[in-house]
Design a protein around this ligand. Structure first.
Ligand code: PLP
Length: 394
């Protein structure tokens, strides 16, 4: 729980979250020392030579609002370089397509967000002929057994969506470094407030900023942070020139604004999630609760070691019929049924019911149980959330 203090000593996480974006504004030529980074909508910037040269020329390549966000993202993840993308999937696909050549070899955790799984199986493997190997990354030795000197990328997500499984970032990073393979981690569920993959040895931290970083369910975006100059050059080229899939200035502004309250929101999300997890765990119609903050989570010790908190994401297995689950969802008044997560409002999703085409049936170990319910616990009053669930559960 001391990570933030160790890492920032003088600039603690909460302080950086509120203030980091301002530096970019003040160094912006012609700026007006705004307290918040303004939205620069200009697609192009006046050219000048010598001392008057403008650091921005065309907004696909760089834009002052995006630069402010990218700097802020890098500082929060404790990395050198940040890049902001049009969605989380844009950040993930850009990482994979830029670092893995056609016919290359990619080793991925078998428990990943369904969109990432589809990208890996349908595009990266089928379309680009990449040998994608899925392994149960809960055991680092499975990753070690799968990689060889030709492996181009190791990919993991922790905690995973929606099974809330973890992988040991430091152990996998050691394996990656032994083989000089880049290691990317989807840090969306924890947010940089609760987990620092780069500090644990990963080379790339990726986010769907749509979730906790923006935090208000009103922007789709993605981010990459890395310390590695070579990786950064490749990803920046793809973002700015190759794919042109950068985040718009308005969305950059929204994410920059959202980040200012990330620490306050995450603490509240976690407090509420813990209360909800304990209520569910004690309920006789709940077979199992998946929340890394519960002692009953099989990887609780790892969670306590590599995370400084557990966020608002949890899932549980309902002990009953699908008709009962539908009745339960219908009876809820505060939890809104819907996909997505990480916003201030509580959302509830039954993957088999609401997104059946996205549910993984790839293997027995990654199969999502039909009665699995995923909750993104918001920041409403804890008692109201508990009461809503207690009343709606049969
Ligand atoms: N990574 C994780 C863990 C996710 O849950 C999601 C979306 O739910 C994504 C990536 C994709 O993000 P986006 O919807 O912003 O493309």
């Amino acid at each position: 729980m001391t990570r933030h203090d160790d890492r920032f000593r003088e600039n603690r996480f909460e302080t950086l979250a509120v203030g980091a974006a301002e530096n970019a504004t003040h160094s912006d030529k012609g700026g007006t020392s705004d307290v918040i980074p303004p939205i620069h909508l200009s697609s192009t910037f006046e050219w000048a030579s010598g001392d008057d040269a403008n650091e921005h020329d065309y907004s696909r390549k760089s834009n002052p609002t995006r630069a402010a966000l990218e700097e802020q993202l890098a500082r929060l993840e404790g990395g050198e370089h940040g890049l902001a993308f049009a969605s989380g999937m844009a950040a993930i696909s850009t990482t994979m397509l830029s670092l893995v050549p056609p016919g290359g070899h990619l080793v991925s955790s078998d428990s990943v967000y369904s969109g990432t799984e589809k990208l890996l199986t349908e595009s990266i493997a089928n379309h680009f002929g990449v040998n994608v190997e899925f392994v149960d990354a809960r055991e680092p030795e499975n990753v070690d057994a799968a990689v060889d000197s030709d492996t181009d990328l190791i990919w993991a997500e922790t905690p995973t969506n929606p099974l809330m499984r973890l992988c040991d970032i430091r152990s996998i990073a050691d394996i990656a470094h032994d083989h000089a393979i880049p290691f990317g981690v989807d840090n969306t569920f924890a947010s940089p407030y609760f987990q620092a993959p780069l500090e644990l040895g990963a080379d790339i931290a990726v986010h769907s900023t749509t979730k906790y970083l923006n935090g208000h369910s009103d922007s789709i975006g993605g981010a990459i942070v890395t310390d590695d100059d070579e990786i950064f050059e490749k990803l920046a080229f793809s973002q700015q020139i190759g794919f042109g899939n950068m985040l718009s200035p308005f969305d950059c502004y929204l994410v920059t604004r959202g980040i200012k309250t990330l620490p306050a929101r995450m603490d509240h999300h976690q407090e509420n999630a813990m209360a909800v997890a304990r209520l569910l765990e004690a309920h006789d119609r709940v077979a199992r609760v998946h929340y890394p903050g519960l002692e009953s989570h099989p990887q609780y010790d790892l969670a306590a070691k590599q995370m400084s908190g557990y966020s608002g994401m949890l899932s549980f297995e309902f002990d009953g019929t699908m008709a009962e689950i539908e009745a339960f969802i219908d009876s809820l008044e505060i939890f809104t049924p819907g996909t997505s997560l990480g916003g201030v409002e509580s959302l509830i999703e039954v993957p088999s019911l609401m997104i059946p085409d996205k549910v993984s049936h790839r293997s027995d170990t990654t199969e999502i149980p039909e009665t699995l319910v995923r909750i993104s616990v918001g920041i409403e009053h804890t008692d109201d959330l508990r009461e809503d669930l207690r009343t709606a559960l049969p």
